[in-house]
Design a protein around this ligand. Sequence first.
Ligand SMILES: *[C@@H]1O[C@H](CO)[C@@H](O)[C@H](O)[C@H]1NC(C)=O
Ligand SMILES: *[C@@H]1O[C@H](CO)[C@@H](O)[C@H](O)[C@H]1NC(C)=O
Ligand SMILES: *[C@@H]1O[C@H](CO)[C@@H](O)[C@H](O)[C@H]1NC(C)=O
Length: 442
Amino acid sequence: MNKLFFSVFCALLLSSAGNAAPAASSSSSGTSTVSAVAASSTVPLASDDPNGIAWNATVDGDTDAQPIRGSLGAQIMGPQNVPLQQLNPDAVAPPTTDAGSVPNFKWPFSMSHNRMQTGGWARQQNVNAMPIAKTMAGVNMRLEAGAIRELHWHSSAEWGYVIKGTTQITSVDNNGRNYVANVGPGDLWYFPPGIPHSLQGTSSDGEGTEFLLVFPDGSFSEDDTFLLTDWLAHVPKEVVAKNFQTAISAWDNVPSKELYIFPSDSPTSDEAVSDPQGQVEVPFSYQFSAVAPTQYSGGTAKIADSTTFKIAQQVAVAEVTIEPGAMRELHWHPTQDEWGYYLEGTGRVTLFASSGNSYTLDFEAGDVSFAPATFGHYIENIGNTTLKVLEIFNTDVFQDVSLSQWLALTPPALVKAHLGLDDETISKLNKTKQVVVGRPSS
Ligand SMILES: *[C@@H]1O[C@H](CO)[C@@H](O)[C@H](O)[C@H]1NC(C)=O
Ligand SMILES: *[C@@H]1O[C@H](CO)[C@@H](O)[C@H](O)[C@H]1NC(C)=O
Ligand SMILES: *[C@@H]1O[C@H](CO)[C@@H](O)[C@H](O)[C@H]1NC(C)=O
């Protein structure tokens, strides 16, 4: 046994000797085993304070957003950004369980610089906006009907989720096999690293399309991709003409700089050009919207990873719904970071970073969250409407560890020795993952 730990341990035993049953120690035997000691005889019990949110504007209309929690805190006397305070009860009046320092893990797309073009816009979150998110970056993009995100490629893979409308994607792989598809709401696409592609709003609904892109690289920037027009504008025309075996004049209408997003006519077909090499071996899109979710007591979940969407070797997703008052259970992901995107509703998340560090923040539709691999967390629906969130990972196969399942499958005496639970509570631990748990029935 570590000497320092042992002496602290002895000191604690001595100090508690007056009010705790004597705890047996086998230290005299010279081995390092110490028999079970009630947690209360070494450290005080955790507070009974439920530590719910300090106010909830959406649920009960309480809009007095002040840093007050019980006897702690006081009214703000200086300048206030009341709308922002109302949306962030756990930043303004944190639960007393929060402690230490955990880096910021929230980024609202509403605060991203927006790159506006004729035909649409793009805004991004990468490591510059949220430094903790080293392994993934996201882009929210809008294309009016017909508008094109121009033919391009980049070193990172690209994973897409359609939020509204229909996006037409095109691609050609390194073996000259092509792919075209119309991708609708709730459906996915994936382009492997370096494979060229385009995105275009269709007229299937008159408004065009909006989607989320995720890249398994936190320093990805949407402004640093390789664009068709940018390349041709930066190669001598003599070389371009020779490459394509044409006269230089055939290239008179090439733009002088990149187009990036530009208006055009809506595509009239989703058929790929006839290809002597055939189509890509596995589809670059996936009808995730057609996958039936699994129902849990507090909501639903469904997963798309390389076991079903085979091309998606570097990005996996869980689409989760959580009913009001329910929560995505306490869990962590063993090796992969989680990049979250809130589609609907209001959630409360505490990120536990070990060593007594934890930080609680609140999320709204359009916000990005981040949970590093192994950091314990949950998502509680603190609003009045269904919460819908995407949990996205830079991995091939989704994995999580459930706290509740772990305890249910551990010898009960061992669990009891740690947590002092009674037999009834222990017997209710469920051996299957609960994933999204409802409000307690009582
Ligand atoms: C709303 O806030 C009140 C305190 O103002 C709290 O008691 C209640 O549990 C909160 N409701 C939810 C759903 O968090
Ligand atoms: C949310 O639900 C509560 C309880 O059902 C209700 O009293 C309240 O008016 C609702 N708030 C909104 C904004 O719908
Ligand atoms: C455990 O959860 C499953 C659903 O995941 C449920 O069918 C079962 O009844 C639960 N078992 C107990 C002991 O609560």
